[in-house]
Design a protein around this ligand. Structure first.
Ligand code: GDP
Ligand code: MG
Length: 596
């Protein structure tokens, strides 16, 4: 029996986590050089493009030491964004150690720190690895200094490597074997396995990735989820190589998968404990929590005919993404659609892009909203995340909005611009840390609503890419909120309504009116665009009438060009929404979401 090591790689985005993982896979011979292609662990196209891991993958690497000892190294991959920090924590809870990867030219960044704290909370062995030593700009001594001063780790213990060039990979493997402890567990005790991930397979249903802490599990066992008591019969257990490899049994200390005829990943909760129905463990493994969405938006098909197709697509999508929640929604302007809840804005963008690209849906998404709290004159408290359900203002006693603790790490020279950005976004109570000379951590209390649109993009711009951002929702605080509506040609476009802080209402309304003016094509009549709080108009713009026939532009006989133009118009119309007598293109709804 090979000995086991369970580990994960944590790193700031772009420091080379995927490249190192692929290099380990290749070096341990899981794939031949010929089969080796870039970025095996990041499977989705979108992940590759964005350079982040969205759905994590796990793989068991067979490793034979120079002295002949055999090992099974379980590499547990983690998602790489703040929206998925709970999943990261469950993955790390399944390991005994981590490789803390630091880019030899960039040095320690915010996400490195955030992940390190999680690893420390779980008492994991931490192996600092300095990657990209092949770069001309690599400064190993400076990075070692940062590892000592900022992370309080022993820099003499750092392993140097270049994942890209394949240098130092053997040292990394030896460090894993030598320094990370062997997993402990009681094989005779009742089964306790931690679910740290779940994938959807169209033939087998949910594939659960788990770490067995005590006991064992095999095909035929009846397993129980401790969070809800659901019982399933195990069809297959095994380990992940590049494909699933069935095994007779998964034992204490091992990491592998379980298939149990579960239809969707929504029936599986990350962080849940699996035990045996007939011999259950007394207490679940610690740290379970229900994952709740914090950002909400409605999705509508551009063409109402596509509603059934969108409904089917969401159902399919949901099979693989338990974090997405949705329910039916309808809008006077946009017809039938779905109200969706997301873990954060990145999660929202991923869902949007995948629906459009992989599932070929043309959709309109409404402005994202957070969940507000209203206390009514009846004493009742209601939470509202959909502007359509904004309570009648005469009955509102007080309003509250969610706040976050925002942490931004950047070089000192950007401190002024970052402070300005945070203050503009209603940031309060600034605090500072200087983890190492030249770098500053800026902490603000900020409304969640202020970071969900474009905060991260803005931060990247004002810090020329050097700023990193992390946040956690902390509490609800009193706020002065209003609902802003938009009218196009006198018709309220309910899908554009937004709940916003009173101080921000006018600027938002002016911007949206201007955007709509740019995006809505001229019609045969003049169109008034208005932004309003209740009956009070706070912003307006006008689109003047347009009379000429488009085809008049093509003189005389060029019939093919004329036809092409008409076809183009027809296509364009498919992406139009009729609101009263005005056709609004899909792009107008998208443009409203952008600020600059
Ligand atoms: P991740 O976001 O941490 O998964 O980072 P990736 O593995 O996607 O790497 C980010 C970029 O750094 C890619 O362009 C890689 O080719 C590059 N990279 C990774 N490791 C090395 C290395 O050792 N040397 C150099 N020069 N580039 C590397
Ligand atoms: Mg990656």
């Amino acid at each position: 029996m090979p000995k086991i090591r369970n580990f994960s790689i944590i790193a700031h985005i772009d420091h080379g986590k995927s490249t190192l993982a692929d290099r380990l896979i290749q070096t341990t011979g899981l794939v031949s050089e010929r089969e080796f292609r870039d970025q095996i662990l990041d499977t989705m196209d979108l992940e590759r493009e964005r350079g982040i891991t969205i759905k994590s993958n796990t793989v068991t690497l067979p490793y034979v030491r120079p002295n002949g000892e055999e090992y099974a190294l379980n590499l547990i991959d983690t998602p790489g964004h703040v929206d998925f920090s709970y999943e990261v924590s469950r993955a790390l809870a399944s390991c005994e150690g981590v490789l803390l990867l630091v880019d030899a030219s960039q040095g320690v960044e915010a996400q490195t720190l955030a992940n390190l704290y999680v690893a420390m909370e779980h008492d994991l062995t931490i192996i600092p690895v300095i990657n990209k030593i092949d770069l001309p700009s690599a400064d190993v001594e400076r990075v070692k200094g940062e590892i000592e001063n900022e992370l309080a780790l022993d820099a003499d213990q750092a392993v140097l490597c270049s994942a890209k060039e394949g240098m130092g990979i053997q040292d990394v493997l030896e460090a894993i074997v030598e320094r990370i402890p062997e997993p402990q567990g009681d094989l005779e005790a009742p089964l306790a396995a931690l679910i740290f991930d779940a994938h959807y397979d169209s033939f087998r249903g949910a594939i659960i990735a788990c770490r067995v802490f005590d006991g064992s599990v095999k095909a035929g066992d009846r397993i129980r989820f401790m969070s809800n008591g659901a019982v399933h019969k195990v069809e297959e257990v095994g380990v992940m190589r590049l494909k699933r490899e069935p095994r007779k049994v998964l034992k204490a200390g091992e990491v592998g998968y379980i298939i149990a005829g579960i239809k969707t990943v929504s029936d599986v909760s990350i962080g849940d404990t699996i035990t045996l129905d007939e011999d259950p463990v007394a207490d679940p493994l610690p740290g379970f929590r229900e994952v709740k969405p914090v950002v909400f938006s409605s999705i509508y098909p551009v063409s109402s005919d596509d509603y059934p197709s969108l409904a089917a697509t969401l159902e399919k999508y949901k099979l693989n993404d338990a974090a997405l929640v949705y329910q039916k929604d309808s809008s006077a302007a946009l017809g039938q659609g779905f109200r969706c809840g997301f873990l954060g804005l990145l999660h929202l963008e991923i869902v949007q892009e995948r629906l459009e690209r992989e599932f070929d849906q043309s959709i309109i998404m409404t402005v994202p909203s957070v969940q507000y709290r209203f206390t009514l004159d009846t004493g009742e408290t209601v939470t509202v995340e959909n502007p359509q359900y904004y309570p009648d203002p005469v009955h509102i006693q007080s309003t509250e909005e969610p706040f976050i603790r925002a942490s931004i790490l950047c070089p000192e020279r950007y401190m002024g611009t970052v402070m300005k950005l945070c203050t503009e976004r209603r940031g309060q109570n600034p605090r500072f840390n200087v983890p190492i000379p030249g770098r500053v951590e800026i902490i603000f209390d900020m409304p969640l609503a202020e970071v969900i649109y474009d905060f991260y993009d803005r931060l990247k711009t004002v810090t020329q890419g050097y700023g990193s951002f992390d946040y956690e929702v902390t509490d609800y605080r009193p706020s002065d909120l209003v609902k802003v509506d938009f009218l196009v040609n006198g018709e309220r476009v309910d899908a554009l309504s937004i709940i916003v802080h009173r101080d921000r209402a006018r600027a938002w309304a002016v911007q949206v009116c201007d955007r709509l003016k740019e995006e809505i094509p001229r019609h045969q009549f003049k169109i008034a665009i208005q932004g309003a709080i209740g009956t009070k108009i706070i912003a307006r713009s006008t689109i003047s009438a347009f009379r000429k026939d488009v085809t008049a532009k093509c003189y005389g006989g060029d019939i093919t060009r004329k036809r092409k133009l008409l076809e183009k118009q027809k296509k364009g119309k498919k992406r139009m929404k009729m609101v009263g007598a005005v056709s609004i293109p899909q792009s107008a709804f998208v443009a409203v979401l952008k600020t600059d």
